[in-house]
Design a protein around this ligand. Sequence first.
Ligand SMILES: *[C@@H]1O[C@H](CO)[C@@H](O)[C@H](O)[C@H]1NC(C)=O
Length: 227
Amino acid sequence: MGLSRVFLIALATFGTTLCDNPRAFESDYHFIDLPKSHLPLYFRRFPKLEAKCQADPGCEYRDAISTDTFQSRKELCWGYEDNCVESSRFSRPRCPGSHKGYVKSKETQLETFYAQGDFGFVRDQVREMRIMCEPTFPHDSALECSKYLRFCRGRNIMMNFTDLATRNEPLRYKMDVLSQGQIGGHCKLHRERLENELDHISPLQSWGPELRFFETLPQPLTEGWPL
Ligand SMILES: *[C@@H]1O[C@H](CO)[C@@H](O)[C@H](O)[C@H]1NC(C)=O
């Protein structure tokens, strides 16, 4: 309500300058913003979006999709995607040295490298993702993490950094950046699930040092809490 009122006034007063706003001309596909060579791999993940773009004269990727280069790269994938078979991977590691002393076979050696130092690492993080705090309505707080909280994705999370302003030492390796009451969200917290992932706590390796203090907040953050 407040926003639309501001917009109308601006439109009435600065009607012509509105045309200078580049966002006003952004297409539905503008967010993709990737190098050309990444497009086949991107659209492979979102075939419906590709079809929509092909049918839409306003899609700036329409020409790129119809090129031979795009079509010849259509089977490619990065390696973290669910349906990405080994022969379609963007790159395949080679381990010319002996595997003996590390793992049982050449195959295991390659897979170990892939899982630890290549897109296999991303694949495993994605597979391990579990919801830690469940939203109760569409724009509610949410938190999901992979095993041992190595990778987390969240939205509308409250973090109170007020105390950090008065700390003078470097914080990079600190495990006490946040404490009780300084992190939380309005969502249904799976506390036991979160606590089960807290046994690899050390700096830079997981979000454990911060997330062990995660608590549920009484009010949705979308309503301007705590301002
Ligand atoms: C944030 O932390 C500071 C210092 O601990 C405290 O005074 C303040 O009330 C906190 N703010 C909120 C919104 O909880």
